[in-house]
Design a protein around this ligand. Structure first.
Ligand SMILES: CC(C)(COP(=O)(O)OP(=O)(O)OC[C@H]1O[C@@H](n2cnc3c(N)ncnc32)[C@H](O)[C@@H]1OP(=O)(O)O)[C@@H](O)C(=O)NCCC(=O)NCCS
Length: 179
């Protein structure tokens, strides 16, 4: 490094949440999304091919938060064919350095404000029993949209996961009241 080059930002430099740009993912984000999911606690890591498909076929119902050229947050979601009034949120991840500043909420708000999602009345997701941050994120969404949350088991530890994974509880949020 020459004396004129700037030192890289320290990991513990406070992050300004306004510096993020939120946009739809493209296939070129697939690898970065895969890496972010891989290092996130609680999340199942799927194949790179899976994230490439998401960033291609489900880009209009997914979002990335860019910090410069880096993917600092992601929400992957889709509209289930049998539930055209519902956004099913599959995975949400925010880089550890950017957590706790409202970024995941901003990503969800962005998704629900798009032309192709404005008509949706419900959000669904699944959470495991011990994921406090994820539960808090979706409870907060329900408060912002002035609505309630119902909970039921969607995939059961014994029945569906062969005891290899904790039960996934479905949170159904809605009907959404748009601000
Ligand atoms: C869950 C996760 C995406 C939240 O991202 P984030 O950007 O820190 O969330 P936000 O700052 O938007 O917070 C949203 C709400 O959740 C609350 N929250 C966030 N993290 C929390 C935690 N660890 N414990 C308790 N509440 C928490 C916030 O206080 C906020 O509530 P409020 O709006 O009432 O103030 C992030 O912690 C993460 O990537 N975790 C690992 C992966 C994961 O568990 N994903 C979810 C399952 S798909």
């Amino acid at each position: 490094m020459s004396m004129f080059e700037q030192a890289p930002a320290r990991q513990d430099t406070p992050i300004n949440p306004h510096q993020f740009i939120i946009r739809q993912p493209t296939p070129d984000d697939g690898n970065a999304v895969h890496n972010l999911i891989h290092k996130s606690a609680f999340l199942d890591n799927n194949s790179l091919y899976c994230y490439l498909l998401l960033c291609t076929h489900f880009s209009t119902t997914s979002a990335v938060a860019m910090m410069g050229a880096k993917v600092a947050g992601v929400v992957t979601a889709y509209i289930p064919p049998q539930q055209p009034d519902t956004l099913f949120v599959w995975q949400v991840a925010v880089d550890a350095v950017a957590q706790g500043q409202g970024l995941a909420s901003k990503l969800l708000n962005d998704l629900l404000a798009r032309d192709n999602t404005r008509h949706l009345s419900f959000v669904e997701t699944t959470v495991t029993g011990n994921n406090t941050a994820s539960r808090a994120l979706f409870m907060s969404l329900a408060r912002r949209f002035n609505t309630s949350v119902s909970e039921s088991v969607m995939f059961d530890r014994e029945q569906h996961f062969l005891s290899l994974h904790d039960s996934e509880h479905k949170l159904r949020i809605g009907p959404l009241e748009r601000p």
